[in-house]
Design a protein around this ligand. Sequence first.
Ligand SMILES: C[S@@+](CC[C@H](N)C(=O)[O-])C[C@H]1O[C@@H](n2cnc3c(N)ncnc32)[C@H](O)[C@@H]1O
Length: 353
Amino acid sequence: MAEPTFLWFLHQPTSVGWLKRELAAKRPELRFAFARPGLTTFKVDRAGDLAGDPDAAPGSSFARAWGRSLGRATTAEEILALLEPLTSTPIRLHVFERDPDRPADERDAAIVGTRPAALETELRAAAPGRFLDGTAAVAGELVLDVITAPSELPDDGLLVGWHRHDRTHGPWPGGVTHVPIPAAAPSRAWAKIEEAIRWSALEPRPGERAVELGSAPGGASFALLERGLEVHGVDPGAMAPAVIAYAGPHGNKFIHHAMPAAEVDRRAVPRPIHWLASDVNLAPMVALRYVERFVALARGTLRGAFITLKINDEGIFEALPRLQSRVERLGAREVRYTQLPSHRSEIVAMLVW
Ligand SMILES: C[S@@+](CC[C@H](N)C(=O)[O-])C[C@H]1O[C@@H](n2cnc3c(N)ncnc32)[C@H](O)[C@@H]1O
């Protein structure tokens, strides 16, 4: 009889209930196995059909990273022993910590990441040549995933797993790690867009144009300006002076449409619009109406979109399948979802045209 396969999912500790319920609906072949805060594992019930495929897309909008489990370990030697039967060729190494039950931007930056960093150094020293240099995974590569407790909490052992990298995964350890917010950024939304860009491996380029719905005070717009884009921000709220006065090395600047998204005249936003970001603090049923309007206004010129969906309550969670059908009808060729380290009660949809 074949060995049972176990899958692991990395997620925010507070999202575990929603993760499990989404998986129960979308991947009924998964049977809950064990959990730590921020990490949940399932046994795959291979009841003979494709649904039992352990490499099927994750099936939860709350999973930031996922893969197959090799087992638990406590030392570098035990990790290397678990890796042994998987492959003898150099493999990509991702060592990362679970999220503690507190917002990413409130963690002590001097401690975050120290436990996985020390373990990675130990692993590389113990097995020279066993791991590829560098961190970002490339399509098709095998990745060894080693998951630790949060650095500020007691060590409670390691989960060792692996995945084959493709676009259902973020390329960085744990999909993506929190990107610390620079002092110049007007809001924590700077980290939300930067993490979404890193997780999705989408790259807004200098000279391109972005529209952001719900842009005030301007963290995300500031990130896009710093990447060299012209940014049209739509928000009746006040933008930070650093955004309003921004003059980039690429001649790029910010244009404020100080009104609700429904009131922006279609002639006020020039085309092409390469990127659309939406971060309005409205129920997603309403926010998506504006997103739909601006996708139509872009008239086929969009390259990608980052759409924040606020999941503030049970009713919105229940509506998620219908909301996601609406996102899918926006006409992108690829739609992915995740909950980023800096998210609170929200997820992001990342679209590619
Ligand atoms: C979470 S904040 C946005 C943060 C922003 N993305 C940043 O980077 O700093 C939500 C924003 O949505 C705006 N908003 C709410 N309803 C809106 C609407 N109908 N049209 C445009 N903006 C709206 C609010 O004024 C608020 O500034």
